[in-house]
Design a protein around this ligand. Structure first.
Ligand SMILES: NC(=O)c1ccc[n+]([C@@H]2O[C@H](COP(=O)([O-])OP(=O)(O)OC[C@H]3O[C@@H](n4cnc5c(N)ncnc54)[C@H](OP(=O)(O)O)[C@@H]3O)[C@@H](O)[C@H]2O)c1
Length: 253
């Protein structure tokens, strides 16, 4: 990150919006909040939070008036380095809610049909990154009061045509379940949607058969506003609906 970016971030971070619960400003950081499901979640979260989005392109964030943090993950730099850059300009590190919704780098096919780089990127974005995000948050702020992790229905289903993606998401699911045992992590929602539309303008039957990310976001936020400590939510299509598959009100043991 350039110096100018850091100065800009410091100025932004010192400006607080008036989204308050009592006297407290609730802040949310949405990784992958610049498009797709992450963006839709960010837009809904604005009702109760001062929302920051981290992603590669800030155009949509700017259009919606969201606070944008440039964030790019690849194999050239370590995930830790990317996160250190992201946080480098921030004077106030505390986020009440963290959302992990960065692209899952979906690639169909068996492992041997993918290049070594594709396998590596699937694991990087789908598993290493959420682990690094939560690790950094715990190191920097000591707690994660609220956490939303975007998984996929693929984490629960055996599929011969998406073996690496499914395995990655299954690993992420188990990581989330383990995090739910950690008393430093408060309320946590794991949402696992079926396939979603990438292009909201595409009205082809094939595209319309996929889930609208706005519907997924609305169901997720509605579920998140309920009382729980750990909640696993699946969002299916045909017909589009949400189902709670696990809920706990106390610390898991
Ligand atoms: N798409 C589906 O059908 C589907 C279904 C079930 C679950 N999911 C899950 O939903 C989440 C989002 O998936 P998606 O397919 O909708 O993702 P996406 O459109 O590819 O990207 C979503 C967000 O991740 C950011 N991102 C992507 N690659 C990145 C990178 N290398 N470094 C930093 N940021 C990056 C994007 O940034 P920019 O937009 O700024 O480039 C955007 O903010 C993933 O966890 C995925 O596994 C997706």
């Amino acid at each position: 990150m350039f110096c100018a970016d850091i100065v800009f971030l410091k100025i932004c971070c010192s400006l607080r919006t008036d989204v308050t619960i009592g006297e407290k400003v609730m802040r949310a950081l949405v990784f992958g909040g610049t498009s797709s499901i992450g963006l839709e979640l960010a837009l809904l979260l604005r009702e109760k939070h001062d929302v920051w989005v981290a992603g590669r392109r800030g155009v949509k964030a700017a259009k919606h008036g969201l606070n944008f943090l440039p964030f790019y993950v690849d194999r050239e730099n370590s995930v830790d380095e990317s996160l250190n850059h992201l946080y480098a300009g921030m004077t106030d590190m505390h986020f009440d809610l963290i959302v992990c919704a960065t692209g899952g780098f979906y690639r169909g096919g068996t492992a041997d049909m993918l290049s070594a780089e594709e396998v590596s990127m699937t694991l990087l974005l789908g598993l290493e990154l959420p682990i690094a995000i939560t690790r950094h948050a715990l190191l920097l702020q000591g707690t994660i009061p609220e956490l939303i992790i975007v998984g996929s229905i693929s984490q629960y289903r055996r599929r011969d045509d998406e073996t690496v993606y499914s395995a990655t998401k299954a690993g992420l699911n188990m990581y989330a379940k383990c995090l739910a045992l950690d008393s430093r992590v408060g309320k946590m929602l794991m949402v696992a949607p079926a396939q979603m539309r990438k292009d909201l303008e595409d009205t082809s039957a094939k595209n319309l058969a996929k889930l609208d990310p706005r519907f997924v976001a609305a169901e997720t936020i509605q579920a998140f506003r309920e009382e729980f400590r750990y909640l696993a939510l699946c969002i299916y299509r045909n017909p589009p609906h949400a189902e709670v598959i696990e809920r706990s009100w106390a610390f898991l043991r």
